[in-house]
Design a protein around this ligand. Sequence first.
Ligand SMILES: [Zn+2]
Ligand SMILES: [Zn+2]
Ligand SMILES: [Zn+2]
Ligand SMILES: [Zn+2]
Ligand SMILES: [Zn+2]
Ligand SMILES: [Zn+2]
Length: 408
Amino acid sequence: MAAEGTDAVFEDEVEPTLTISEYMDGIEAEELEVDLVLGGDDGDECTYGAGYLKRQAVFSCLTCVPDGVAGVCTACCLACHDGHEVVELWTKRNFRCDCGNSKFGGHLCKLNPEKDPVNPGNSYNQNFKGSYCTCSRPYPDPEAKEQVEMIQCCICEDWFHEDHIGLDSAEKIPCDEDGEPLFEDFICHKCSPVCSFLKLYPDSVLASSKQTSASPSQAVAADSNGMEGTEKNENGAPVDHQSVEKTSVKDNSTKDIAASESSNLGDNSAGNCKLGMDINTKSADSEKTMPFFMSKGWRETLCKCGTCTNFYAQRGIAHLTDKDDSIEEYEKMAKQKRKKKLEQQEGAEANFINSLNHVQKIEILSGINDMKNEFQSFLESRDPSKPVTPDEVQSIFKNLAKKKQRII
Ligand SMILES: [Zn+2]
Ligand SMILES: [Zn+2]
Ligand SMILES: [Zn+2]
Ligand SMILES: [Zn+2]
Ligand SMILES: [Zn+2]
Ligand SMILES: [Zn+2]
C-alpha cells in the first residue's frame, strides 16, 4: 500500500504540494506508525517460540490459506510470504504464529519450521479473510469513494465504520473539536451484551457519546448512583432508554448470557468486591444493544475480586483487567523500543565518525558541506512559497553527482 503511494507521487503528472520539511515529517510519521503497529519488533525472528504473545502485529496470507483461518508474524510475513496476497490485520491479542503449520498445505516456514500442527488458543475473526465491520467489506474498500477510518472493538477486535456501529442520529462518537477520540476503548454492539455488567459501575467509566445530553434528571440519578447504590441497579442502572429504543441493532447474544448465568459460581466474596454484590446476579438486558465508548483509565476501575475475576474468565474477557492488553500500553512499549533504536543508531553514527582517520573525516565533512551548499543555492534560487517537486530534489542529487565526478 505504502509502496504504491510512493510510486504514485513520482509518476503523477500533477505536482505534489509538499515542502521539504513536510516531506521529512511525513517520512518520520510513517516510520513511527509502522513501529507502533509492529510494537518495536524488528521482524527478524518468528515469534512462535515466544508462544501466545499478549499483542503483536498479525498478517493473513490468502495465497497460502485462502480460507483466512491462519495468521503469521511480521518476520514470517517478510521472509515466508513475500509476493503473496497478504492481509495486514494491525495487532491481535493472544496470538501465536501459524506460519507453515498444518493449515499451510506443505508451505514450510523458513524461519521456524518446527511448529505444532495447530495453535488451539488462536481465534480468527472475519478480518483474517480480509473483511471488516458489520458490512463485511475489505479495507481499503475498492468500491468506496473515500476510505474512512475504522474503530476497533477491544473485545472481538473487529474494525467498524463509524456509520455502522449502531449509533442513532442523536449520538456521535466522543471526539474533541479536532476529531481526536475522547475515549480509550470501544466495545461494539455485538460485544456489549457480554459487558452489560459495566452498567453496574458509575457512568464515569463511559465516555459520553451523546450529542445532546440526556434528560438532566437521568444524569443526576446516574451521578449519585455510586458504587454503594448497586441494589437498585437491577432496574435503575443508568441506561438511556430513549436511545436504546431508537436503535435498530438486534441483540443476538442474550443466549450466551443466559448460559453463563446458569453456571453461577458458588463462592461469593462480595465483601471485597468493588460492586458490593455478586456480578453474576446482573441479569441480561432485554433491551436492544448499544456500543460502549469507554473513558480513559476505565480498565483500572474494574473490580478484581475473585467473583468478578471468575466472571471475566468465563466470558472470555479476562484481558480487560490486564493493563498490558491495551493498545495504549502496546504503543507505549513500541515508542520506548523505537527511542532505544534511534539512540543506538545515533551512537553507531558517532562511533563510525570517531573510527575514521583524519583524511576520511575531512572527506565526509566536505561531502556534507557540498550537500549543504547545493541545498542552499537551490533554496536561494527558487520561490519559497512554491512547493518542492520530486524533479527538483532529483536535480539536486544529479548536480552533486556531477560535482563529485569533476573532483575525481
Ligand atoms: Zn512466524
Ligand atoms: Zn503465503
Ligand atoms: Zn514463516
Ligand atoms: Zn461497515
Ligand atoms: Zn466487538
Ligand atoms: Zn468484584
